[in-house]
Design a protein around this ligand. Sequence first.
Ligand code: DGL
Length: 275
Amino acid sequence: MSAPGTPSAHGPVIGVFDSGFGGLTVLRALLPRIPGAHYLYVGDTARLPYGAKSQATIARYAVESARLLEQRGAEYLVIACNTATALALPEIRAAVSIPVIGVIEPVVQAAQQKHPGGNVLVLATAATVQSRAYAHACDAHGLHATEKACPLLVPLVEEGWIDHPVTQDVLRIYLSEALADATPQAVLLGCTHYPLIAKQITAMLCSLGSTAEVIDSAEATAAEVERVVNAPKNSTAPAATFECFATDSVEKFQRLGSLFLSRPIATVHLLDLGG
Ligand code: DGL
């Protein structure tokens, strides 16, 4: 295995995990960035959602995925889940001996660069909001954060209800409530499921009179992974490849996952991470 920052000849092996499909939006942003990389993606679909669970449970689940990816040869680890990043980053870092990149710091830095000293609204799962991880990260970067838990959005996205009247209604209620307490310059999508409804969120913000810019963690995280991996720029390197593992139905993962990844997923391996 190569030392961190020194990719081996075969290209870096990068482990990515999420509670389910949402992290595929991060993988989608990563694929074009590091030619020659091989990604191992774990979606813990049997135990999703993490966003309604306790810190101890989230940390236990996240550490299991992290260890498995390291055992399978990952040289870098991307926590493509805001909930696991918010509640289990120290436990994950302690459990593996490879560089670990979470999704919160990169997106907060991106917001800080675009709107220094600004007000941001963070939309996230209940567990992420309760952890105050975004509030602390924003504070450290001179941003003022208002957080809004949006627990109904993950199941709606999982259902594939992207352009759906129910999703519109739910967004209208969540965003009106949030905008009653804040006038943000940026809205941070603090859950990896939300990029799938980013267009709908932008449109709803607009119809509620907000001009806030929507920033998601996928692109910002992918840029940070590219910086950490520091792979040599090689125009002849082959396209990046990926392999997916899921802890529940492989058929559902192929069907829904292709939506999140914006490309077909040929093979999904069934994985047993325990109870
Ligand atoms: N992907 C998770 C996140 O980014 C949300 C889904 C879940 O609750 O497990 O927070």
